[in-house]
Design a protein around this ligand. Structure first.
Ligand SMILES: Nc1ncnc2c1ncn2[C@@H]1O[C@H](COP(=O)(O)OP(=O)(O)OP(=O)(O)O)[C@@H](O)[C@H]1O
Ligand SMILES: [Mg+2]
Length: 306
């Protein structure tokens, strides 16, 4: 049995921020970053399901093998998904130019053995995971973690634009934990204010909702509580994948049996280390994670909701 399966296409990105620039295309993607994070933290059996092109297939296999992540490539494509990310600042002002696009993944593509898992992270980058995928896992009693970002994007003239899409809310309804960032939460709910947005998504889907707010931290709404989690103050050089890392860590710690406050404090701690590094490639010192998580946990606020 797997501890965690991450579903969504791997990407090879070019990243350029005001502080750092990648050397060519580097491995990223929500599923990949979440799987690598859970593995780094000590999760035992982790698998990744996605489609890859001939151009990056061998490199990708090596990168997954070296991290001891089991790979299920469901379709081979001509090209690998990838974006050229250019950050103008770290307040959501980033451009994503499409470098390549791989095939999509539907329920019928997924090998039967993959359903034998405790948890699944569904993390499409550009709508490539059909909504019947989270639904199939949920119906088998698997805990479904969803990053809806890929359902809220479209390609227009070679660049990514954000857009609302009924598929996103449908996928949220098939999930137990949903992690949009603020822009995505607004597209899902219509609200600008994070707690209002999270309440609205929670009421419409029944899922635990964690809205991430970059350097402003995150807000989690579940039942009658809003948990307000600060970010750990640091100097970011590249925020790419911070949300993916947060989600992978949140899944890991909830799975370990921690409460949402503790799990989110750890997730926020690890994500703060991520932003100090380029792409998803960074070492985690578990002592440093614990130190930051303690600092964050002591500043968590709980708001009772009516
Ligand atoms: N500048 C920062 N300083 C400290 N922590 C940060 C910073 N930026 C992000 N984080 C941490 O990472 C979490 C997720 O960040 P963010 O809201 O930017 O995700 P995202 O937009 O989904 O990112 P991506 O889609 O690139 O993975 C935040 O809730 C916070 O805990
Ligand atoms: Mg995100």
């Amino acid at each position: 049995m797997f501890d965690l399966v991450a579903i969504g296409n791997p990407v090879y990105d070019i990243i350029k921020t005001p502080f750092v620039e990648s050397l060519g295309r580097v491995l990223s993607g929500c599923s990949v970053n979440a799987a690598i994070t859970a593995k780094k933290l000590g999760m035992k059996k982790v698998a990744l399901v996605g489609c890859i092109g001939e151009d990056f297939e061998r490199r990708f296999m090596r990168e997954m093998e070296s991290r001891n992540i089991q790979l299920m490539i469901v379709k081979r494509s001509k090209e690998t998904t990838g974006f050229k990310l250019k950050y103008l600042d770290f307040s959501g002002n980033r451009e994503l130019e499409v470098l390549g696009l791989s095939e999509g993944i539907s329920r019928g593509d997924i090998p039967e053995g993959v359903f034998n898992t405790k948890a699944v992270v569904v993390g499409p980058v550009i709508g490539e995971v059909e909504v019947d995928v989270p639904a199939a896992f949920k119906s088998r009693g698997v805990t479904v973690f969803l990053d809806p970002q890929g359902y809220l994007r479209e390609i227009s003239e070679g660049v990514i634009q954000h857009c609302s899409n009924p598929m996103a809310l449908e996928a949220c309804c098939e999930s137990h934990v949903v992690k949009p960032n603020m822009l995505e939460a607004k597209l899902l709910s219509g609200f600008d204010e994070p707690i209002k947005a999270a309440i609205s998504i929670h009421e419409r889907t029944g899922a635990m909702v964690a809205v991430t707010l970059a350097e402003k931290g995150s807000v989690i709404v579940y039942g009658r509580r809003a948990i307000i989690v600060p970010a750990y103050p640091t100097h970011p050089v590249d925020p790419t994948g911070a949300g993916d890392v947060y989600l992978g860590a949140f899944a890991y710690y909830l799975h370990k049996g921690l409460g949402a406050e503790e799990a989110a404090s750890y997730a926020s701690a690890i994500a703060s280390i991520k932003v100090e590094n380029i792409a998803g490639h960074f070492d985690i010192s578990l002592d440093e994670v614990a130190r930051r998580a303690l600092w964050i946990r002591s500043r968590v606020k709980i708001k009772r909701l009516r």
